[in-house]
Design a protein around this ligand. Structure first.
Ligand code: ZN
Ligand code: MN
Length: 507
């Protein structure tokens, strides 16, 4: 089949004629100290081929031993995803040749996965429409090992095409991987791209709350393969799927689904067939291109791994792990929403801005929920947007925001001064209290200091003063403005207003 980029159908048009079916396979690198079947360390970014041994290099005669911490993490993931945990299961050899896999097989699980039949509830946030709930069924959660990493040198793009030679780094070979596979997700219609993104987001947050992985998509510790197929609208007869590999950001998950829907609709409209294949997603163009034609299960010649004993987690251990699960993101979200008294849309706004944890930490540090939300979604988000960074990358801590909020509530700072304090904190000039002390930024509410400024303003504006004496108290704003100018905005405005009216016999 030709790969002509122009052959697309507009998304709305595609959805009008076809129902999309999506499925997601997610690989998670576990954050264990050692590898899946040997004692090698797992740290990211070490010199190539320094974290290897005969087992993970697949040398003859070496024997794997299962990492108990990896099994424990996998069971916890399964439990958090509402899966059944197998009482007995085995590893399998998945045979295929690839230069970054020194054994020529991957130890994985095939027909006996550790966890099966679960679900994850996600909230889909389509642009310009209210959020909706979706239950994603989980087919299986199984354990396997990661491969090494090929580095293609000499080409312009870092891809194998055009490269002069390739190098292989086996540090990653044997790092514990958990693969989480959904059942096909039907019925999402035009929400399919947003639903795929929402699922990966929720899964990432869940894995992070379990503390089993650092879930960094950009470093590859969370990698997503997106399956997409179409059926003529209402027919239920699904066409061949494609599998877009290793999509490495949440936004890309959404774009990859959208693009495949548009592309497949065009292929089907032209009376051609979708080829069962893997596809690569390109960040720059938002398109996918054909990879290899997809293997069938029989091509892998799976058989039970003879070098490993079966895994049989005791019911007591599983019950212990279940009882020790932390509060999961969905439950925490619901709890915070009710504690803070926010609407679904308010919570969605916090989530979309990546501000939920920041607001929670600011509230824990003593700020009122409404104030914490106001600072993070207002002033601070504006600054983050200007700098083009995430809220979490701002040089201010939730505790510092809580301190500023507390000073505003107690009258020690007005909003204008509070913004100046935050600016200074963001510029690295110290904590809020240090900035206030260094710059003398506190609100002046001391009457003797204010009265001098009030008298000065009255003397400078005799006509205005006369109007106020005559009962036109609205004119006090002019004098208030003058006082704020001479005090460089540091006066307590409400108190100044009272003093002006008192001085002019209106109180
Ligand atoms: Zn090793
Ligand atoms: Mn896999």
């Amino acid at each position: 089949m030709s790969e002509t980029m122009a052959e697309l159908v507009g998304f709305d048009e595609a959805i009008a004629r076809y129902d999309p079916l999506i499925g997601l396979e997610t690989h998670v690198e576990l954050g264990t100290v050692s590898k899946m079947f040997c004692g090698c360390p797992t740290g990211f970014g070490a010199e190539p081929n320094t974290q290897v041994c005969p087992v993970c290099l697949g040398l003859p005669g070496s024997l794997p031993v299962v990492n108990a911490a990896a099994i424990e993490s996998t069971i916890r993931i399964g439990l958090a995803l509402n899966c059944s945990i197998a009482g007995w299961c085995r590893f399998a050899r998945k045979n295929y040749f690839y230069p970054d896999m020194p054994k020529d097989f991957q130890i994985s699980q095939y027909d006996e996965p550790l966890c099966t039949d679960g679900w994850l509830d996600v909230t889909v946030h389509p642009e310009g429409a209210p959020p909706s709930q979706l239950r994603v069924e989980i087919e299986r959660v199984h354990m396997e090992e990661d491969t090494g990493k090929s580095l293609h040198k000499g080409g312009a793009t870092g891809r194998i095409h055009g490269a002069d030679y390739s190098l292989v780094d086996y540090n990653r070979a044997g790092i514990p991987l958990v693969e989480i596979v959904t059942k096909p997700i039907a019925g999402t219609g035009s929400l399919a791209p947003a639903a795929a993104r929402a699922y990966v987001t929720e899964l990432r947050d869940l894995l992070r709350s379990l503390g089993v992985s650092d879930v960094r998509m950009e470093e590859g510790s969370l990698r997503c393969d997106v399956n997409t197929s179409l059926a003529p609208r209402g027919s239920g007869s699904w066409g061949t799927r494609t599998e877009t590999k290793n999509v490495n950001s949440l936004r890309s998950v959404e774009r990859a689904v959208r693009y495949e829907i548009e592309r497949q609709a065009a292929v089907l409209d032209a009376g051609r067939r979708i080829v069962l294949e893997t596809r690569h997603f390109h960040e720059d163009s938002g398109t996918t291109t054909a990879g290899r034609s997809k293997e069938e299960a029989q091509d892998y010649r799976y058989f039970p791994e003879p070098d490993l004993v079966p895994i049989a987690p005791s019911p007591d251990w599983v019950a212990e792990l279940r009882a020790a699960l932390p509060e999961l993101p969905a439950a925490r979200h619901a709890r915070l929403q009710s504690e803070w008294g926010l609407s679904d849309l308010d919570m969605a706004a916090l989530g979309n801005a990546g501000a939920l944890d920041l607001v929670a930490q600011t509230v824990s540090a003593g700020a009122a929920p409404a104030e914490a939300r106001k600072w993070w979604l207002g002033e601070l988000r504006q600054r983050a947007n200007t700098e083009g960074i995430e809220l979490t990358a701002l040089a201010v801590t939730p505790a510092q925001v809580a301190r500023v909020s507390e000073l505003v509530a107690s009258g020690g700072l007005n909003d204008k001064l509070a913004r100046q304090v935050l600016d200074a904190v963001l510029a690295g000039q110290g904590s809020p209290d240090e900035v206030i002390a260094a710059r003398g930024l506190a609100v002046v509410s001391d009457d003797s200091a204010l009265l001098a400024a009030v008298d000065e303003a009255i003397a400078a504006n005799p006509k205005v003063a006369e109007k106020i004496r005559g009962g036109k108290t609205a004119a006090a704003g002019v004098l208030l403005g003058a006082v704020m100018t001479t005090t460089r905005g540091q006066a307590d405005a409400a108190r100044v207003r009272e003093l002006i009216l008192e001085r002019l016999g209106q109180h």
